[in-house]
Design a protein around this ligand. Structure first.
Ligand code: PMV
Length: 331
């Protein structure tokens, strides 16, 4: 027997309504601002971990293809962190599959690291709590801490040196039936990863300090709006969070521009539809050119049709709230 243990798990990506951007502790990967997200049913990562004594290093396959060296290194460094913490030595074969474009600003690192932590816990029978699992996932990618939970989750800002920070569930998936319609404007991986971009913004953007100062109050408004299920309160606040984060990126040197022409075309079409037809739909963008539009279920097909009229939008993808990360039961 060369395989010591194996396990499979899945996790869903999440989209932040209140954005995380910037770190208070780079080594511990602690966020500088609080964030709130919605976990999405339609965006899923499935991961299998096989710990095999014959391996001399970790192996990573993404969508049945050997991963790029940078991704291999990142996942292997994370597995090494987990192995050291839980006194394990064996290398792993990692097979992961995303049902959506990888690394194109659709939060594949969030679902990826969340699934990895759940599979690790299961493989070694560690019995960790959700809060512990979330804190571990944060070390891989801060947004992954939120994907441990379903529905709406919150990740507070971290205090340098305090490694126990995990996300918390805020409201479950049934609390408010919102839809997210994603306009996919490219399937290409993003040119600059979020960690490098955050460092550049902190070092060079005039607006970084202003962002860190004002993001918490936007986050608070978003939490209240979710509690009240008020889309007219939520929408402008979630757009302000995304726009302020991107303003901070744009003022970096060199400027960090994740958008493309189709991103702007969607933003302009949405604004026009809001002003002329009272459509209640609000946009957010992450470290990529895709636009994610929050709306009520009754408006989702109108939003889909509107996005498809925008030049450069290749397809749309609609999701409701999804569940937290879980072990895949053997069939
Ligand atoms: O968790 P990371 O390192 O992939 O950073 C994610 C940052 C944003 O997606 C831009 C915002 C967020 O809160 O998810």
């Amino acid at each position: 027997m060369t395989v010591i243990c194996k396990a499979s798990a899945y996790a869903h990506a999440n989209i932040a309504l209140a954005k995380y951007w910037g770190k208070s502790d780079v080594a511990l990967n602690l966020p500088a601002v609080p964030s709130i997200s919605l976990t999405l049913e339609a965006l899923r990562t499935d991961t299998t971990l096989v710990f095999d004594k014959t391996l001399t290093h970790d192996e990573l396959q993404i969508n049945a293809t050997q991963a790029k060296e940078a991704d291999q290194k990142r996942v292997s460094a994370f597995l090494t962190f987990l192995r050291e913490r839980y006194q394990q030595k064996c290398f792993a074969r990692v097979q992961t599959r995303n049902n959506f474009p990888t690394a194109a600003g659709l939060a594949s690192s969030a679902s990826g690291f969340a699934a990895l932590v759940i599979a690790f816990d299961q493989a070694f029978n560690l019995g960790l709590s959700k809060s512990e699992l979330s804190a571990l996932a944060r070390r891989g990618s801060a947004s992954a801490a939120r994907s441990i939970f379903g529905g709406f989750a919150k990740l507070d800002a971290g205090i340098a040196g305090h490694d126990a920070l995990g996300a918390q569930p805020l409201f479950d998936a049934q609390h408010w039936d919102l839809r997210v319609v994603v306009a996919i404007t490219t399937e290409q991986a993003k040119p600059l990863g979020s960690t490098a971009a955050m460092t550049l913004a902190k070092e060079t953007s005039f607006y970084y300090d202003a962002w860190v100062k004002h993001a918490p109050s936007l986050c608070q408004t978003i939490e209240q709006a979710l509690g009240e299920r008020s889309l007219t309160k939520l929408g402008p606040a979630l757009e302000a969070s995304a726009m302020s984060m991107h303003a901070c990126m744009l003022a970096s040197r060199p400027a960090i521009i994740y958008w493309n022409a189709a991103t702007l075309s969607v933003l302009s079409a949405l604004k026009h539809a809001r002003e002329t037809t009272n459509l209640a739909a609000y946009a957010t963008m992450d470290a990529g050119p895709q636009v994610k539009v929050f709306c009520l279920p009754a408006d989702a097909s109108r939003v889909e049709a509107l996005l498809m009229t925008c030049e450069g939008v290749q397809r749309t993808l609609t999701s409701k709230a999804g569940p937290g990360a879980q072990v895949t039961e053997a069939t």
